[in-house]
Structures are given as C-alpha cells and as structure tokens.
Design a protein. Structure first.
Lengths: 330, 294
C-alpha cells in the first residue's frame, strides 16, 4: 500500500486528487511545488526506492500525445501513445522504465481532461488516416486503476471515436470495471505475457501467467477484443518448449475471433539504457547473458534473434492468420 | 565481536571489517551521548576540532558537528574524508527539533527538508513509515519560537543533506528528529539531561531503524563493492579506466556463469589488460546458448 502521497499544491482540489485521497485515506500527504523537484533528484537509487514507492500527483502541461517509436505500431497508418502515469506497480527485471527514469516513485497526472482534449485534436488532425492510440507505454494501463480511475474515463472518451483504436496494455487482472460495462469494439485489452517459468523469475509483483490468461478469457467472454504481447521474448536454454507451451495454452482457452492481434519483440535496449539498468542489478541472470551491441542497440544478437523470430512466427501461425501477427522492433 | 544485544547490526559482508557502513552526524553532545553508549563507540583522536567516535566492528562512526547547517555540512564532509567512507554507507542526522504540535518526545523521519534561506528542498531517505511517521522539516538559522507551519524545525538537516547526498545515494541519507519543543513546551526549558532522555526513550525505534538501514546498505554493498580478486588483478596489471570498467562488467557475467571458479583458474599472470578482457569475453560467450540464465 502506498504510504506517502506527494502532491503539487495546484492539483489538490482536482477531482482525481479527491478520488486518490478517498482511495488512500491513511497515506501521509506532503505538498511539493512541481513533481520534477522530487522525481528528477540526482543520485536516486531506483532499486531501493522500488521497495516502497511513493505516489506523486502532478499536472501535465505538454507532450500529452506523442508518436510511437518506429516499429511499435500495428496496422494503423498513424500510431500515438499517451502516458497519464510514469512507472509501474510491478517490478519486472527487464523493464525499460528502470533505465528511463531515475525514480521508482509513481507519477500520476491528474488532468485527464487535458489528455482527452489533445487526443481529440490529434484525431481531428489525422482524420484521413487510420489511427491507433496506445496507453501503457510508461506504466501499466490497468494496474493502478482502482486508485486512478483512468480507464473508465478513457473508455467513455473513445466510445465516441469508433473509427479510432485504443490499446490498454497491461499485466493486471483487475478487470472488474471493464467486465461491468459493455465491450467497446475499438478498444483492445492487450496482455503482456511470458512463459510461466520466465514470468515467475522476472515478472516480480505481477500476477501469474495462469491468472492473466484467466482474466483474458473473462474479458473475451464479455466481448472485449484481446491483444497478446510477447514482448520482450526472453532467451533461455529451453525457450522453444516454454514459448510453444504458452502459445498453446492461450490458444486453447481464448477464441481466435476474440484476438485482435499478437505482437512479439526480442529483449532490446538502447546501449546507454542497458548500461544503466544492468548496473542496478548485480546478480540477475537476465543481465549475465553476453548481449551484443549493434548500432547503439543492445540485444541477443542476429543469430538468436533470427532463430526466435522464426520459431515464434511459425508457432503463432498454427493458430492465427498472418495479418494478426506483428513483429515489434520499436 | 559485538555484544549479543547488538547482533542485529552485525555485517553480512565477507572480508574488509574496517568498513564504516553507518555514519552519524549529530549537532550536540547531549544528543550523541545515548548513541555513543548504545553502540559502544570509542573516541578517535582526530587532532582537529571535530570530535569523532567509532566502533569499527559494528561499522558505525559518529561526528559531533555543533549547531547550524554549515557546521553540519562541514562535519559530514570531514567524517567522509577522515575514514574514506564508501558510497554504500548510510548517513544519519539525528537530533532534536521543534514541532508545531505535541507530543514532545515523538520520533519522526524528515522526508522533506526545506531551507527558506536557500529556497531549496531535499527529499532524503528510504521511508520507514511502518516504524515511524514521516513529516516535513524546515532548517532555520535561529531556534524557532513561533511554530507557524505544520513542520519540524531544526538548524542542521539542510546542510547535512546537501553534503551527504553527494556521498551516497539519496535513499541512504536519513534525517531523524525527536520533538523537543512545541508551542506548549517552548525551547527555553531544554537542558542536556532532558535531551539525553529524549533520545534514550526512542532507542528501541532507533534500533529497529538501524536494522532496516543495515539491510539497505548491505544490498548496496553487494551491488557496488568491487570483488577482492578484481582489485587484485587491477593492482597487479595496468588497466585504463575504460578497460577497468569493462573488466568489472565482464567479471559479473563470468561469475554468474562460473560461480565456483576464481579468476586464478584462468591463469592471468603475465597477461596484458586487453588479453584478460578477451579471455573473459570468450569464456562468457562459449556455451552461452546452453546456459540457463534464469
């Protein structure tokens, strides 16, 4: 449970802040000027902070909607992402947020209305293109929802734009609020998945794969479109068996018609980010693997990458048409 | 060996027993005395105006800074330099403080430290909210008598944070304050014996805090400490800064793959830095596909 909430004094009266106050009645509330004075402190220790992150309530002023990195999108011509929150409740060893931010504290931007305003403008500006919006790039889309109430407002907003797709990426099994409402056909609930053995080791604090699959099935049964995200693919000595079993388990439980898309991508980091993250982890096996550096990107290297891509692609094609399968490189 | 009652502070670190893992910066002797007694610290002759106490076996060092932020900053820097304190040590500023409300004697962790003079803020320390409450603190130039804001008032924490945060990560910098005066119990009444009592009645919580701080420092040691066998090689063969960094990174990977081996098994004698790096790289890469990295 979050014990401390730092809040920008300006946002205290915002309805989102009121909601958070109700959700966290026992927390210690500490006023700050701007979130950066706390979030961007030099010489923070992400790993120690991650043991007990605080919540920072802030107002966002710019960069509400951004184009996704190249290689990240799927079928749409124009792909954008937005981040109402920085950092995640879970603590996955491979998470790039450890390298992106120096703080493990959660930042929640309370002014959702400004996000929606900017998304509207973006939709209008690109109305002649197919568009997809991604939530869950800098956080988990649903894990914090009981406190933030973000997804409910987001779905109400996107209901009005049936020709635009929105993806909520998550590892969370807190799907009650979604199941209580009618499914929205332009919304994809995309689950990040790894084989059980890998997830047990690396997806710290996240729900088990079994429970994620169960949550997916419940949502699919309620009519929601599901996304499967095998990203990052993790190499181990028996990865073929593990991924094959995982894909089989999912496909036997989820009806193919409920699956909007599947994407996969290998473990990859910008070189400097990898250096930062691996310095945070002393003993984790993931960072003991001798990764390659090519063009500023640290990854498993061409040989392993090629082998994994081909295998995963083939496995997925046993169950799905190729137009639903996407190779993510961004 | 520490006595049994101090076992909770024993260091789970192999080798170097002279490491000071916990450094105390305390303004007044009356505030320091209970800690000196509790941790069985011995006076160190520094031949300077600073008074230092230490217990090498327990890994604790304490400096009496005197009153004020500048003195606190100077004392923190002196202690760091005097013992060559490493970057995985925890730093603690303990003392008394004014507060806007009762009760006197309550221990707080200052999680926000602000200086009205400098108009700057620190957010020190991993928060131990399960042990003691956290609150904001103002470091002021003169003892506060109005208590206008719902915060603690002290005269040192800002100076301490400014310097200590350059030595260790922010999560290992701690400010703990015990309420000594409030609007109902103003500062004029304070005597040394009362101050000692205020610290003494909180020793149980302080002990619990130290146990948790010790765990954090140990975690940092495991991450940051350079293994003895790596230091040995770096001392015997010339490594440039870049090669030294490479060696240390490669060593971690090599050790993961070869937990029972030592570098001596690779017969590095008479080799150059680059050759050593190549051998380690080859060793790590061979069989990489067959190893279980989980």
């Amino acid at each position: 449970m979050i014990d401390t909430v730092y809040f920008e004094e300006e946002v205290l009266q915002h309805p989102t802040a009121t909601r958070v106050r109700k959700a966290l009645p026992k927390a210690n509330w500490v006023p700050i000027n701007r979130f950066q004075e706390l979030f961007n402190i030099r010489n923070q220790n992400f790993r120690i902070q991650k043991k007990n992150p605080a919540l920072i309530l802030a107002k966002k002023f710019e960069n509400f909607v951004l184009p996704v990195p190249s290689g990240f999108g799927m079928n749409s011509t124009k792909n954008f992402y937005f981040s109402h929150m920085y950092n995640c409740l879970y603590d996955c060893d491979y998470c790039f947020l450890q390298g992106l931010y120096s703080s493990a504290n959660y930042v929640l931007f309370v002014n959702y209305e400004d996000f929606f305003e900017h998304i509207s403008q973006t939709i209008e500006k690109n109305k002649n293109d197919s568009q997809m919006f991604f939530s869950g790039y800098d956080c988990d889309s649903l894990a914090f929802d009981k406190i933030s109430g973000f997804s409910d407002q987001l779905l109400q907003f996107f209901e009005k734009y049936q020709n635009v797709e929105v993806e909520l990426r998550t590892k969370s099994i807190v799907t009650n609020s979604l199941r209580k409402r009618p499914a929205i056909k332009n919304c994809i609930i995309a689950f990040s998945l790894s084989p059980t053995k890998i997830a047990k080791k690396l997806d710290n604090k996240a729900p088990s794969i079994k429970r994620r699959i169960k949550a997916m099935k419940q949502l699919a049964d309620c009519g929601w479109l599901i996304g499967l995200r095998f990203d990052p693919l993790i190499y181990t000595n028996d990865w073929k068996v593990q991924y094959s079993e995982l894909i089989c388990e999912i496909m036997t439980q989820i009806n193919v018609s409920s699956i909007h898309s599947v994407s996969y991508g290998l473990l990859r980091f910008p070189k400097r980010m990898y250096k930062k993250i691996s310095n945070l982890h002393n003993t984790t096996g993931l960072f003991a693997f001798p990764l390659d550096n090519n063009n500023g990107v640290t990854s498993y290297g061409k040989e392993i990458e090629s082998e994994m891509y081909h295998f995963i692609q083939q496995e997925l094609q046993h169950y799905l048409p190729t137009n639903k399968i996407f190779h993510c490189t961004g | 060996m520490p006595p049994e009652r101090l076992n909770f502070l024993s260091k789970d670190i192999s080798g170097d027993s002279s490491i000071y893992l916990t450094c105390w910066v305390i303004a007044l002797r009356a505030e320091a005395t209970p800690i000196i007694k509790f941790l069985q610290l011995k006076n160190i002759n520094t031949q300077s105006s600073f008074t230092i106490y230490a217990n090498e076996g327990l890994g604790h060092a304490l400096i009496i800074s005197g009153v004020g932020a500048i003195k606190s900053a100077a004392a923190t820097a002196f202690l760091k330099a005097y013992f060559n304190i490493k970057n995985y040590a925890a730093w603690i500023n303990l003392g008394i403080a004014g507060y806007y409300t009762e009760p006197v004697g309550k221990l707080y962790q200052a999680i926000k430290v602000f200086s009205p003079v400098h108009q700057r803020t620190f957010f020190p320390g991993f928060r131990f909210s399960k042990i003691i409450p956290g609150t904001s603190l103002l470091t002021v130039d003169k003892a506060e008598t109005n208590y206008d804001n719902p915060v603690l008032y002290d005269m040192e924490a800002f100076g301490f944070c400014e310097v200590a945060s350059a030595f260790s990560c922010n999560e290992l910098i701690f400010v703990f304050k015990i309420v000594s005066d409030t609007p109902e119990n103003p500062i004029k009444k304070l005597k040394s014996s009362i101050i000692e009592d205020l610290i003494n009645v909180n020793l149980r919580d302080i002990k619990e805090l130290l146990s948790e701080i010790n765990k954090l420092s140990e975690q940092e040691i495991k991450r940051l400490k350079i293994p003895d066998e790596v230091i040995e090689i770096e001392n015997s063969i010339h490594f440039s800064k870049t090669n030294s960094f490479k060696l240390r990174q490669l060593y971690k990977k090599w050790k993961f793959a070869n937990p029972r081996k030592t570098l001596k098994d690779l017969h590095f004698s008479k080799k150059k830095a680059k050759e050593i790096i190549n051998i380690l790289e080859d060793n790590i890469s061979s069989h990489k596909k067959n190893r279980d990295y989980l």
